[in-house]
Design a protein around this ligand. Structure first.
Ligand SMILES: [Mg+2]
Length: 252
Protein backbone atom coordinates (compact mmCIF):
# COMPACT_ATOMS: atom_id res chain seq x y z
CA UNK A 1 0.00 0.00 0.00
CA UNK A 2 1.27 3.47 -0.88
CA UNK A 3 1.73 5.95 1.96
CA UNK A 4 1.98 8.95 -0.37
CA UNK A 5 0.77 9.49 -3.93
CA UNK A 6 2.31 12.48 -5.78
CA UNK A 7 0.69 13.64 -9.01
CA UNK A 8 1.71 16.14 -11.63
CA UNK A 9 -1.20 18.28 -12.84
CA UNK A 10 -1.12 19.16 -16.57
CA UNK A 11 -0.92 16.11 -18.82
CA UNK A 12 -1.17 13.77 -15.82
CA UNK A 13 -4.13 14.45 -13.53
CA UNK A 14 -5.58 17.07 -15.88
CA UNK A 15 -6.45 16.40 -19.49
CA UNK A 16 -7.46 19.03 -22.04
CA UNK A 17 -10.03 21.39 -20.56
CA UNK A 18 -8.83 20.86 -16.99
CA UNK A 19 -11.14 17.95 -16.28
CA UNK A 20 -10.31 15.02 -14.03
CA UNK A 21 -12.18 11.78 -14.88
CA UNK A 22 -14.79 10.74 -12.29
CA UNK A 23 -13.22 7.26 -12.10
CA UNK A 24 -9.89 8.87 -11.16
CA UNK A 25 -11.41 11.05 -8.44
CA UNK A 26 -13.18 7.98 -7.03
CA UNK A 27 -9.96 5.94 -7.01
CA UNK A 28 -8.06 8.74 -5.26
CA UNK A 29 -10.90 9.05 -2.76
CA UNK A 30 -10.57 5.34 -1.92
CA UNK A 31 -6.85 5.76 -1.23
CA UNK A 32 -7.45 8.92 0.84
CA UNK A 33 -10.09 7.05 2.89
CA UNK A 34 -7.42 4.47 3.70
CA UNK A 35 -5.10 7.14 5.06
CA UNK A 36 -2.92 7.64 1.99
CA UNK A 37 -1.53 11.19 1.71
CA UNK A 38 -2.18 12.62 -1.74
CA UNK A 39 -0.19 15.57 -3.03
CA UNK A 40 -0.17 17.56 -6.23
CA UNK A 41 3.25 18.52 -7.63
CA UNK A 42 2.99 21.12 -10.37
CA UNK A 43 4.81 23.99 -12.04
CA UNK A 44 1.59 26.02 -11.91
CA UNK A 45 1.05 28.74 -9.36
CA UNK A 46 -1.19 28.32 -6.33
CA UNK A 47 -4.22 30.24 -7.66
CA UNK A 48 -4.47 28.08 -10.80
CA UNK A 49 -3.90 24.88 -8.88
CA UNK A 50 -6.48 25.68 -6.22
CA UNK A 51 -9.01 26.62 -8.93
CA UNK A 52 -8.54 23.30 -10.72
CA UNK A 53 -9.06 21.49 -7.42
CA UNK A 54 -12.28 23.40 -6.70
CA UNK A 55 -13.63 22.94 -10.24
CA UNK A 56 -13.21 19.20 -9.86
CA UNK A 57 -14.76 19.02 -6.38
CA UNK A 58 -11.42 18.42 -4.66
CA UNK A 59 -9.65 20.32 -1.89
CA UNK A 60 -11.69 21.27 1.19
CA UNK A 61 -14.85 19.70 -0.25
CA UNK A 62 -13.25 16.27 -0.64
CA UNK A 63 -10.58 16.33 2.08
CA UNK A 64 -7.80 15.71 -0.47
CA UNK A 65 -5.30 16.33 -2.03
CA UNK A 66 -3.72 16.84 1.38
CA UNK A 67 -1.01 19.11 0.00
CA UNK A 68 -0.09 21.12 -3.07
CA UNK A 69 3.45 21.61 -4.33
CA UNK A 70 3.15 24.65 -6.64
CA UNK A 71 5.71 26.49 -8.80
CA UNK A 72 7.89 23.37 -8.27
CA UNK A 73 8.86 25.12 -5.02
CA UNK A 74 6.03 26.19 -2.75
CA UNK A 75 4.22 24.00 -0.24
CA UNK A 76 0.56 24.30 0.85
CA UNK A 77 -1.10 22.00 3.36
CA UNK A 78 -4.87 21.36 3.47
CA UNK A 79 -6.43 22.59 6.70
CA UNK A 80 -10.08 22.97 7.65
CA UNK A 81 -10.41 26.38 6.01
CA UNK A 82 -8.49 25.44 2.88
CA UNK A 83 -4.88 25.29 1.75
CA UNK A 84 -2.43 27.10 4.02
CA UNK A 85 0.94 28.26 2.73
CA UNK A 86 4.08 27.17 4.54
CA UNK A 87 5.22 30.77 4.83
CA UNK A 88 8.74 30.03 6.08
CA UNK A 89 9.55 27.38 3.46
CA UNK A 90 7.95 29.30 0.61
CA UNK A 91 9.40 32.67 1.59
CA UNK A 92 12.94 31.34 2.01
CA UNK A 93 13.02 29.59 -1.36
CA UNK A 94 11.30 32.43 -3.23
CA UNK A 95 13.86 34.90 -1.87
CA UNK A 96 16.73 32.57 -2.80
CA UNK A 97 15.49 32.43 -6.40
CA UNK A 98 14.66 36.13 -6.65
CA UNK A 99 18.18 37.14 -5.64
CA UNK A 100 19.47 35.70 -8.90
CA UNK A 101 16.83 37.33 -11.13
CA UNK A 102 19.01 40.23 -12.38
CA UNK A 103 21.78 37.87 -13.48
CA UNK A 104 19.34 35.33 -14.94
CA UNK A 105 17.63 38.13 -16.86
CA UNK A 106 20.92 39.19 -18.41
CA UNK A 107 21.76 35.62 -19.39
CA UNK A 108 18.31 34.96 -20.86
CA UNK A 109 18.41 38.20 -22.88
CA UNK A 110 21.84 37.29 -24.24
CA UNK A 111 20.69 33.80 -25.29
CA UNK A 112 17.46 35.29 -26.59
CA UNK A 113 19.40 37.11 -29.29
CA UNK A 114 20.46 33.81 -30.83
CA UNK A 115 17.36 31.69 -30.19
CA UNK A 116 13.70 32.15 -31.18
CA UNK A 117 12.03 32.43 -27.80
CA UNK A 118 9.66 34.51 -25.68
CA UNK A 119 10.86 35.61 -22.23
CA UNK A 120 8.26 36.06 -19.48
CA UNK A 121 7.57 39.61 -18.32
CA UNK A 122 9.36 41.34 -15.46
CA UNK A 123 6.06 41.31 -13.57
CA UNK A 124 5.82 37.51 -13.81
CA UNK A 125 9.50 37.13 -12.99
CA UNK A 126 9.08 39.12 -9.76
CA UNK A 127 5.82 37.41 -8.81
CA UNK A 128 6.89 33.85 -9.52
CA UNK A 129 10.59 34.21 -8.86
CA UNK A 130 11.99 32.85 -12.10
CA UNK A 131 12.84 33.66 -15.70
CA UNK A 132 11.05 31.48 -18.24
CA UNK A 133 11.97 31.16 -21.91
CA UNK A 134 9.28 29.70 -24.17
CA UNK A 135 10.40 28.29 -27.52
CA UNK A 136 8.46 27.64 -30.72
CA UNK A 137 8.86 23.86 -30.50
CA UNK A 138 9.69 21.23 -27.90
CA UNK A 139 12.81 20.33 -29.95
CA UNK A 140 14.12 23.91 -29.81
CA UNK A 141 13.52 24.02 -26.05
CA UNK A 142 15.24 20.65 -25.55
CA UNK A 143 18.24 21.72 -27.63
CA UNK A 144 18.56 24.98 -25.71
CA UNK A 145 18.27 23.10 -22.44
CA UNK A 146 21.02 20.71 -23.50
CA UNK A 147 23.34 23.60 -24.43
CA UNK A 148 22.50 25.56 -21.30
CA UNK A 149 23.27 22.54 -19.10
CA UNK A 150 26.83 22.57 -20.49
CA UNK A 151 27.23 26.34 -20.31
CA UNK A 152 28.74 27.63 -17.07
CA UNK A 153 27.66 31.26 -17.43
CA UNK A 154 24.45 30.85 -15.41
CA UNK A 155 24.47 31.85 -11.73
CA UNK A 156 26.00 29.23 -9.45
CA UNK A 157 23.48 26.75 -8.08
CA UNK A 158 20.96 27.25 -10.91
CA UNK A 159 20.04 24.71 -13.59
CA UNK A 160 17.73 24.66 -16.63
CA UNK A 161 14.41 22.85 -16.18
CA UNK A 162 12.28 22.15 -19.23
CA UNK A 163 8.50 21.71 -19.30
CA UNK A 164 7.41 21.08 -22.90
CA UNK A 165 8.36 24.30 -24.83
CA UNK A 166 9.30 26.27 -21.73
CA UNK A 167 12.68 26.42 -20.00
CA UNK A 168 13.12 27.98 -16.57
CA UNK A 169 16.28 28.40 -14.50
CA UNK A 170 15.72 27.17 -11.00
CA UNK A 171 17.84 26.91 -7.87
CA UNK A 172 19.16 23.45 -7.09
CA UNK A 173 17.20 23.34 -3.80
CA UNK A 174 13.95 23.85 -5.78
CA UNK A 175 12.10 21.29 -7.91
CA UNK A 176 9.33 18.74 -7.55
CA UNK A 177 11.81 16.11 -6.31
CA UNK A 178 13.37 18.40 -3.69
CA UNK A 179 10.02 19.56 -2.29
CA UNK A 180 8.53 16.05 -2.32
CA UNK A 181 11.62 14.84 -0.43
CA UNK A 182 11.03 17.55 2.20
CA UNK A 183 7.35 16.58 2.46
CA UNK A 184 8.29 12.90 2.94
CA UNK A 185 10.75 13.89 5.68
CA UNK A 186 7.96 15.73 7.51
CA UNK A 187 5.52 12.83 7.06
CA UNK A 188 8.19 10.29 8.11
CA UNK A 189 7.65 8.32 4.90
CA UNK A 190 10.44 6.68 2.88
CA UNK A 191 10.57 7.13 -0.94
CA UNK A 192 9.98 3.38 -1.39
CA UNK A 193 6.46 3.88 0.01
CA UNK A 194 5.60 6.52 -2.57
CA UNK A 195 3.97 6.48 -6.02
CA UNK A 196 4.82 9.49 -8.20
CA UNK A 197 3.41 10.30 -11.63
CA UNK A 198 4.41 12.92 -14.19
CA UNK A 199 4.66 13.28 -17.96
CA UNK A 200 7.32 15.89 -18.67
CA UNK A 201 10.95 16.88 -18.18
CA UNK A 202 10.21 18.93 -15.05
CA UNK A 203 8.93 15.72 -13.42
CA UNK A 204 12.25 13.91 -13.85
CA UNK A 205 13.76 14.76 -10.47
CA UNK A 206 10.52 13.70 -8.73
CA UNK A 207 10.36 10.42 -10.67
CA UNK A 208 14.02 9.70 -9.91
CA UNK A 209 14.17 10.51 -6.17
CA UNK A 210 13.74 6.88 -5.07
CA UNK A 211 9.96 6.67 -5.40
CA UNK A 212 7.99 4.22 -7.57
CA UNK A 213 7.51 6.09 -10.86
CA UNK A 214 4.56 5.86 -13.24
CA UNK A 215 3.40 7.81 -16.26
CA UNK A 216 0.74 8.03 -18.94
CA UNK A 217 0.70 7.33 -22.68
CA UNK A 218 0.90 11.05 -23.55
CA UNK A 219 4.22 11.44 -21.70
CA UNK A 220 7.50 12.46 -23.36
CA UNK A 221 9.46 9.43 -24.62
CA UNK A 222 12.29 10.26 -22.24
CA UNK A 223 9.90 10.09 -19.30
CA UNK A 224 8.60 6.69 -20.40
CA UNK A 225 12.19 5.40 -20.64
CA UNK A 226 13.02 6.68 -17.16
CA UNK A 227 9.86 5.13 -15.70
CA UNK A 228 10.53 1.76 -17.35
CA UNK A 229 14.15 1.72 -16.21
CA UNK A 230 12.97 2.51 -12.67
CA UNK A 231 10.73 -0.60 -12.64
CA UNK A 232 7.73 1.69 -12.90
CA UNK A 233 4.46 1.53 -14.83
CA UNK A 234 3.66 3.17 -18.16
CA UNK A 235 -0.10 3.29 -18.72
CA UNK A 236 -1.48 2.86 -22.22
CA UNK A 237 -4.13 5.47 -21.35
CA UNK A 238 -3.73 9.23 -21.33
CA UNK A 239 -3.79 11.81 -18.52
CA UNK A 240 -6.35 11.24 -15.76
CA UNK A 241 -7.56 7.92 -17.21
CA UNK A 242 -3.92 6.84 -17.12
CA UNK A 243 -3.77 7.85 -13.45
CA UNK A 244 -6.85 5.70 -12.73
CA UNK A 245 -5.22 2.78 -14.58
CA UNK A 246 -2.01 3.14 -12.54
CA UNK A 247 -3.93 3.37 -9.24
CA UNK A 248 -5.85 0.21 -10.11
CA UNK A 249 -3.12 -1.93 -11.65
CA UNK A 250 0.34 -0.88 -10.46
CA UNK A 251 1.40 -3.12 -7.58
CA UNK A 252 5.20 -3.27 -7.40
MG1 LIG B 1 2.78 17.61 -16.86
Amino acid sequence: MWKVIALDLDGTLLGHGGQIAAVTIAALGDFAAQGVWITIATGRGFEDTERFMEENGLGSAAGFPHSLICEERDLYILENAGYAADEVWNGTLLEREKQALPELRRCAAEYGRTAPCFINSLWFQEKRGFVEMTFGTVEQAAEFCQQASQNGSWPAGFRPVRNHRGVTFRHETVGKGAVLTELLRRLDVTPGEVLAMGDSHNDLDMLMCGVWPATTDNADDLIKEVVRSGQGYVSEQVSSLGVADVLKNFRP
